[in-house]
Design a protein around this ligand. Structure first.
Ligand SMILES: *[C@@H]1O[C@H](CO)[C@@H](O)[C@H](O)[C@H]1NC(C)=O
Ligand SMILES: *[C@@H]1O[C@H](CO)[C@@H](O)[C@H](O)[C@H]1NC(C)=O
Ligand SMILES: *[C@@H]1O[C@H](CO)[C@@H](O)[C@H](O)[C@H]1NC(C)=O
Ligand SMILES: *[C@@H]1O[C@H](CO)[C@@H](O)[C@H](O)[C@H]1NC(C)=O
Ligand SMILES: *[C@@H]1O[C@H](CO)[C@@H](O)[C@H](O)[C@H]1NC(C)=O
Ligand SMILES: *[C@@H]1O[C@H](CO)[C@@H](O)[C@H](O)[C@H]1NC(C)=O
Length: 536
């Protein structure tokens, strides 16, 4: 039976493991009952109901209806082996490489095959009798305690399969490379595909091609011109997923990040909030690459035990390369539109400095909201950003929604209580730096709850949009204890986890606000109540 310490501390968590943990936790909820005291801010009904997400999945069953066959297959195979990755072999036969622990307590890589290929969901898998297929030895000098999380494999021009395993040597993060002809016998390559000093252990590496033009995804084994590669690693030390964009030399088996790419924590991130151990896969039915990620709790372990569950899956996101090739863009997959209920639409309007407008007629605690701001007429009012303030998260933590600026803060107040004793602000501020405009996006957990036992980090990121030339969009997916926010059409994404005590159920309000001194123009606003995802 599962216990809460598994999802919170277990090592091999690439993506869906935690979802599985949640499922088991829900089933065994009664084991926590005896720990339930009555802390000041949390009564039982609130704990049990208020924060449980409506359309983000916790247990796997939530989503199985709305998604295509291929996705649900990948989904179930990941659920069976959440510590591994599936690869579809020629002929359509899937296999999974996953991390195991051998009798000598070494981390090793194993192979599993579906038991019954006619079962559309591939619910049962058998382990290959000759496991492990990759193991640390004194010869290969791999650290037996730091060798895990195989990627989806890809086929090179020499018709050999390749797979990466996360590892490290002291502070040097490594993507160890293995090659195989038959998927059963694997040979360690002389050099890792890539490594970066100072980054520590690389968990859940992910390596995939992206097109240099357009939204379409590519198969992991795709070859050709007009493509770039993405290498993502989950940093064990900081719990951040960062990525670089670069080129891959399939003959030398080396990955080269493009000039200017930053390795490690201050590099590009899928999400500048709570998002870890993510993984992508190619959906060949809809020709797109989909990103799965996991958002853990911001509440105390004690409160998690009371809730009886921990961790939610972020809404799956489509990912593709920005037209300038400098970063990825992300957007919630189309399937979530099926959950959209009542819609509210606003025409263009001016939002004066120091004002806010309530978005009524949507269920504010379970909603999708998007807005586009036009600020080009007010750009003379922006403040200058000094070099020492150049860390976005630091800047956001110093300048909350209540600190009025020249242009900004403007954005949403989500999970707002009647008296604004609680709110989670998601907003922009515009600055000038070296004669260029710099757009800061913040997502502030620090005023979200009167319960002070929660993580109160204010997350921040710069959004690569020039507000003189283009409007600035913001979309948030709000769901009971999660706010996933997409700035600049998916150029910067920030996920927050929040636990209001007053802004709960029908007491939750949603506003668009502008606390700057200049006005901003809302060119449009659309918002939907989101239905609960169906349980099959
Ligand atoms: C990975 O998952 C498989 C299947 O659930 C399991 O047999 C194996 O022990 C897991 N590995 C680790 C290291 O927990
Ligand atoms: C395999 O799955 C198919 C489809 O679900 C089922 O009809 C068949 O009985 C299964 N075969 C075995 C040996 O379980
Ligand atoms: C091997 O991995 C373990 C566990 O992460 C770590 O404590 C140790 O420092 C690693 N050794 C080297 C040489 O990296
Ligand atoms: C989970 O959340 C806590 C508190 O917000 C954070 O310190 C921790 O690093 C997170 N863990 C992961 C794996 O993201
Ligand atoms: C807007 O700024 C004023 C003045 O600083 C402050 O009192 C108010 O709380 C701010 N509004 C929000 C939503 O932070
Ligand atoms: C955030 O949490 C820290 C540590 O618990 C605390 O010192 C700080 O005062 C909190 N900040 C706010 C704005 O609540």
């Amino acid at each position: 039976m599962a216990n809460l310490s598994i999802p919170l501390s277990f090592l091999f968590i690439c993506v869906l493991f935690l979802g599985k943990g949640v499922l088991e936790l829900e089933a065994s909820h009664h084991i926590f009952e005896r720990y339930q005291t009555s802390p000041k801010f949390l009564h039982k009904s609130l704990v049990n109901q208020a924060y449980r997400t409506g359309y983000h999945f916790q247990p796997p069953k939530h989503w199985i209806n709305g998604i295509s066959g291929r996705i649900s297959m990948s989904f179930w195979s990941y659920f069976s082996y959440p510590n591994g990755s599936a690869t579809i072999l020629p002929g359509g036969k899937p296999v999974i490489l996953y991390t195991g622990i051998d009798p000598q307590e070494r981390q090793v890589q194993n192979l599993a095959m579906p038991k019954n290929l006619s079962d559309p969901y591939l619910t049962e898998w058998i382990k290959y009798p000759k496991n492990p297929v990759m193991a640390p030895t004194p010869m290969n000098k791999i650290n037996a305690s730091s060798f895990r999380d195989p990627t989806t494999a890809w086929l090179g021009p020499d018709k050999m399969w390749r797979v990466l395993i996360g590892s490290r040597v002291n502070k040097l993060g490594l993507a160890v490379l293995y090659k195989s002809k038959d998927f059963k016998h694997w040979i360690l390559a002389k050099k890792p595909l890539h490594s970066a000093e100072g980054t520590g252990m690389w968990e859940c590496p992910d390596f995939f091609p992206v097109k240099t033009n357009g939204y379409e995804g590519l198969d992991t084994s795709a070859e050709g011109k007009k493509m770039k590669y993405v290498l993502k690693n989950s940093l064990d030390e900081t719990k951040h997923d960062y990525y670089t964009i670069g080129t891959y030399d399939a003959v030398k088996d080396k990955y080269f990040p493009d000039k200017g790419m930053i390795e490690g924590d201050s590099g590009l991130r899928y999400d500048y909030g709570k998002f870890y151990a993510s993984k992508t896969f190619f959906d060949s039915e809809k020709h797109r690459r989909i990103l799965w990620g996991w958002a853990n709790e911001s509440s105390s372990v004690k409160d998690d035990v009371q809730k009886g569950w921990a961790g939610v899956q972020a809404i799956p996101r489509k990912v593709w390369l920005d037209k300038y090739g400098k970063q990825l863009l992300q957007w919630p997959i189309k399937e979530i539109e099926k959950l959209c209920g009542n819609q509210v639409k606003w025409p263009s309007k001016i939002l004066e400095g120091g004002s806010k407008l309530e978005v009524t007629s949507v269920t504010a605690g379970q909603a999708d909201i998007e807005v586009e701001f036009e600020v080009s007429h007010e750009l003379k009012k922006v403040e200058v950003l000094k070099k020492k303030q150049y860390n976005p998260q630091f800047l956001c933590s110093k300048k909350s929604a209540s600190v009025r600026g020249g242009l900004g803060p403007f954005g949403f107040l989500t999970f707002a209580s009647n008296t604004l004793s609680e709110y989670t602000a998601v907003f922009f501020r515009i600055y000038k730096h070296n004669n260029k405009h710099k757009v800061l996006m913040c997502s502030d957990q620090s005023r979200s709850s009167l319960n002070k036992h929660n993580d109160n980090t204010t997350y921040g990121a710069f959004v690569d949009v020039d507000p003189a030339r283009e409007p600035l969009s913001l979309k948030s997916l709000i769901d009971r204890s999660i706010v996933e926010s997409f700035g600049g059409g998916g150029k910067a994404v920030i996920t927050a986890r929040v636990y209001p005590t007053q802004a709960i159920d029908n007491q939750i309000k949603l506003f668009v606000f502008n606390n700057g001194t200049s006005s901003v123009k809302i060119t449009f606003l659309n918002s939907w109540s989101m239905n609960k995802a169906h349980i099959s």
